[in-house]
Design a protein around this ligand. Sequence first.
Ligand SMILES: [Zn+2]
Length: 442
Amino acid sequence: MTSFLITGVKVVDGPPTDLLIRDGVIVGTGRDARGAGNAEKVEADGLVALPGLVDLHTHLREPGREDAETVATGSRAAALGGYTAVCAMANTDPVADTAGVVEQVYRLGREAGLVDVQPIGAVTVGLQGERLAELGAMADSAARVRIFSDDGHCVADPRLMRRALEYVKAFDGVIAQHAEEPRLTVGAQLHEGAASARLGLTGWPAVAEEAIIARDALLAGHVGARLHICHVSTAGSVDIIRWAKQRGVRITAEVTPHHLLLTDVRADSYDPVFKVNPPLRTDDDVAALRQALADGTIDAVATDHAPHATEDKECEWAYARPGMLGLETALSVVLHTGALSGKPGPRSSAGRPAQAAWDTVAERMSRTPARIAGLADHGRDPAPGVPANLTLLDPAGRRRIDPGSLASRSRNTPYAGMSLPGKIVATFLNGEPTVLDGKATK
Ligand SMILES: [Zn+2]
């Protein structure tokens, strides 16, 4: 294994220092990093080192829709976005509801070698919401699954949800809920509000999300198990999560970059790139989500990276699949919103590119998601003895988003043409560079 000496880098909010990486581990900082001998030098003056980002919510589409994304292409997109670990959602084809499928995804991740791919197991067989999948077998498998989710679908049956919570409690697993009461969203196309009324499309009401979060918070409190809420999108959801945390419920929550930036007025364009589930909401929701992320009511940013093939996205709004790309742009979008600058903007227009509080960025995009997912080698600030899973970013850099140059196999980014702050310069996975000079190494 090669040794690397990273020079002049600021570790999170600290002063400039050097980092020496050897055999996959950080072995020295500052003075102790000198005398590195034959280490390959990475000049990092002006760059910030963060613990490698960790995504709790990625759709890699393999097995089944390799035309939209593969574990390898999604892993490359992740590394370019500063990630060292991603949790792969279970709604593949076949569904990741057995030890065999989660081990297949885990193995594909190891083979790609660009990020640690941690499979998420389905809660119910085939995501059908009728009977529990083999949760124990997936937990005991080589993939060591700890997060279970029917994402894309809600575990709507409260009795089944209760049993799932009881089951995973035994091994400190967590149920990640896609909160959507299906009987309230039949035929829904976008947020139920002024825009849906104007366009004459069926609305997806905030209450369909909030009702499930309230129910599941009560269930998780009753059972004493861990509950995680996927892609929180409304101000009312934030209020419920805050209330549940105050009562001591073991609840965590994530928000996507797109729900921190975009609103439902984008639907006016009828451009299906803005169709997503849950839908883009209102200015007031965006403001509440930014505040909740800043104050920790929402624990983590998660991308809900959802690649879709052209024919599934470039069609009439009603027929388009919901979802957006996220991995390569997540950090830049979060910086653009100013939500983690310490002074979040009150409205959805982007805040000034105020200096981010890197400690808070590390907390919401690496340390906390790593803790929720149980990934012990991730989410740790670069320091001697720590596995070298880190990313180097240029906070002064800006990038223009060109869909054609993204590493994902799909092109459905809502940020095409935008200029966004923050450039990932290098990413290291277990001491080996997956990105150098802004380019993937494989
Ligand atoms: Zn979802």
